[in-house]
Design a protein around this ligand. Sequence first.
Ligand SMILES: Cc1cc2nc3c(=O)[nH]c(=O)nc-3n(C[C@H](O)[C@H](O)[C@H](O)COP(=O)(O)O)c2cc1C
Length: 183
Amino acid sequence: MTNEKLNIGIILGSTRQGRVSPQVGEWLKGIADQRGDANYEIVDISDFQLPFLGTTDGTEPGIAAWNKKLFSLDGFVFIVQEYNHSITGALKNALDYAREAWNNKAAGIVSYGGTGGARAAEHLRGICAELLIADVKVHPTLSLFTDFENFKTFKPAAIHLKNVNLMLDQVLAWSGALKTLRK
Ligand SMILES: Cc1cc2nc3c(=O)[nH]c(=O)nc-3n(C[C@H](O)[C@H](O)[C@H](O)COP(=O)(O)O)c2cc1C
C-alpha cells in the first residue's frame, strides 16, 4: 500500500438545462477539499455527451472517455436528484455505460428532492449492488423546501456539514480498502 491520495469523483446526476446539481456538487467539493485527504473532482455526465445506450454503434469518443474517467477514480459521491421517485434517466444511462470501471469501489450518496431525494437514493443503492459498488450508510438528504430558495438557489442548512463529513469518512475508508481488491 502506498500513501497516495485516493481519487474521488463527485458525479452530477442531472443534465437538464437549469439543473441545480452543479451548485450542490460545488458545495460538496468545497467541504471535501478542506479536508485535504483525497483528490476530489467534479464529474459532469453532460460533458461526455453519452448517447442513449444501444442507439449508436458505440464509437462516440465520450463513451470511451466516460469509462476512462471512471477507471481513474477510486470512489464516488453521487449527487442524486429525485425524478418521478427515482434517479434521472441520464444517471441510469451513465451507470449502464460502464461495468468493470465501477466494480469494487465505494460510493456515498447526497440526494435532494421534496423528501430529500430518499426514494431516488434507495433505487440507486439497488443498482450499486449490481455494479459491485459499495454504497456507504451515511446519506445526507437535502430538502428542496428548506435547503433551496425558490427551489433554485442552494442555501444548505448548517446541519448537513456533519453528515457530509461522516459520509466522506466512510467513502474514503471503503475506497482505500477496496483498492486492494483491484490490484
Ligand atoms: C421529470 C421530473 C420529475 C420529478 N419528480 C420528482 C419526484 O418524484 N419527487 C421529488 O421530490 N421531486 C421531483 N422533481 C423535482 C426535482 O427533484 C427538482 O426539480 C430538482 O431540482 C431536480 O434536480 P436538478 O435541478 O439537478 O435537475 C422532479 C423533477 C423533474 C424534472
